[in-house]
Design a protein around this ligand. Sequence first.
Ligand SMILES: Nc1ncnc2c1ncn2[C@@H]1O[C@H](COP(=O)(O)OP(=O)(O)OP(=O)(O)O)[C@@H](O)[C@H]1O
Ligand SMILES: [Mg+2]
Length: 247
Amino acid sequence: MGRIVVVTSGKGGTGKSTVSAGLAYALSRMGKRILLMDGDAGLRSLDLMLGIGSNTVYDMADIFAGRCEPIKAVYASPVAPNVFVIPAPMSLERLCSPQDMRRLARGLKRYYDVVIVDCPAGVGRGFETAVAAAEQALVVSTPDMVCARDARILSGILAEKDLPARLIINRLRPRKIMDGSMPDIDQIIDESALQLLGVIPDDEMVAVANANGRPLPPDCYAATCFSNIARRFNGEVVPLARLEKMY
Ligand SMILES: Nc1ncnc2c1ncn2[C@@H]1O[C@H](COP(=O)(O)OP(=O)(O)OP(=O)(O)O)[C@@H](O)[C@H]1O
Ligand SMILES: [Mg+2]
């Protein structure tokens, strides 16, 4: 029976979809079977990031409306074995309800090791739907105090829902931390009031991989960071690399 994890953030554009895809790729390399559910109705992105393209026929709203069997809206990634995606509806009007999401995700989780729900930005209705089925949350923050404070507010909302949450710091710039021009990892952890699961560097290879719908080359440093996050997610103890080794 799989686990359902939601990837979320207080602020938009922190890298939720990037983390959802990167974690899915890393877990699949560990032999896990992953379902990604794109919860960002109207602004979906995982289909492109996973190399599936935009010529899909069915999406999540079609399942809820009874227009197709759930399996018809599950697309296998052509670039990673054992990674599957349910695209979000293209239109915001077709936003799914929290009850729909709970029923679907809980029904599907028996077929996967991990179900990852990619949350839309903010804490509105799309957020409520995306978190509805989750058993745990990953909160993505960039390494700035505004984003970390939003992560803290979000962590309070998740705590009210009894959802255990861990922090991922994305777009870390080790050189900027070392020269004192950006807050360090501990400051972000303190401000967010969340336990750290891992960090991902700001790396143009990440942006290029996203843009081309491909996984990162496995030997690059960002891929190692995703792999470390996936291992910690699975309960392994993996130490954080020293800052000077991160570039
Ligand atoms: N570690 C990184 N290094 C470089 N670029 C990154 C990194 N993480 C994300 N990006 C880029 O930042 C942009 C936003 O990322 P992404 O779409 O994953 O954010 P998001 O939180 O899902 O956004 P939204 O709130 O709109 O759903 C994308 O162009 C992505 O390629
Ligand atoms: Mg996104």
